[in-house]
Design a protein around this ligand. Sequence first.
Ligand code: ATP
Ligand code: SF4
Ligand code: MG
Length: 322
Amino acid sequence: MALLEVKDLSVTYRTPFGTVKALDDVSFTLNEGEAIAVVGESGSGKSTLALAISRLLPPNARFRGSIIFEGVDLARLSPSELRVIRGTGIFMVFQEPANSLNPVYRIKDQLMEAVRIRRLRSNEPFDEGEALKEIISTLRDVRMPDPEIIIERYPHQLSGGQIQRIMIAMGLLMRPKLYIADEPTSALDVTVQAQILKLLKDLKNEYNLSIIFITHDLAVASIIGDKVMVMYAGQIVEEGLMSDVITKPYHPYTQGLLSSLPRISKYEGKLPIISGAVPSLINPPSGCRFHPRCPYATDTCIKVMPQLKNVENRRVRCHLYA
Ligand code: ATP
Ligand code: SF4
Ligand code: MG
């Protein structure tokens, strides 16, 4: 069943230099218990997408489109209605997770608050002793060593990997339907990163979580995602099942991303690692936004923006698949 349906979502930011078109007509569906990885280079609009779904965009942002979560269009909700959804339905871990914890409170107090909020919202009584037991057992679920000691600490006394585990535990204690993680592991070393990813994947199955996992790294994405959505310059350029996309990428940009990852893909593309960078989103390139970097670009690509089209069992935005 569809948990989240994003339809024609566009976001712009006002800046002194002009309007940034950060997201352009993004539509996708996420089913219950499913993980979708959102992949793209820096500036492709990944965090903007996460913030828009969580309705946490900054004041200089404007958005249109619909964000249907459990049948309710979040785009139309008032701030007070949103607070309820945020506490119970959608949990987001930000790109800088350390900033999500309050530095002046001990971990115990912050996790306690998560349980208290959840119980208040579902009109259940709150008991500190019971909550503490639940916190400890959830910290064991996220494989935190010595949880009784850890909860007495302040955030600055924890490592990056421990903070990640605390954030995941906090998410679980809130019982969200949708867990959004924005580059949660990119600051961690490779071993810890792998542990956290494996943990998230196990918890997804144990708790039937739906996950939006944001990363610039397709190898990381391939560990967690059932589906993958590749973003370029604020647009979806390819979306499909992870296994399909990494064995046979259709879009030239996805092919370029995969050529640099021989470890995860049997794909033997000839496309070299793509040079250049994501263009300015104040004045995006005409036609296909990828044309300045695409080895297959034609005159049509320079003039006409390709639409996102169904190609077999996935969606691709490229004139090669007209
Ligand atoms: P990264 O991988 O670096 O985190 P991202 O894919 O998350 O990148 P976004 O942060 O969504 O990208 O940014 C998309 C575009 O919107 C970029 O061009 C960025 O400069 C711009 N942008 C993001 N936030 C703001 C803001 N508050 N005001 C103005 N422009 C912004
Ligand atoms: Fe390349 Fe043209 Fe396809 Fe864009 S539409 S990705 S420029 S071939
Ligand atoms: Mg980001």
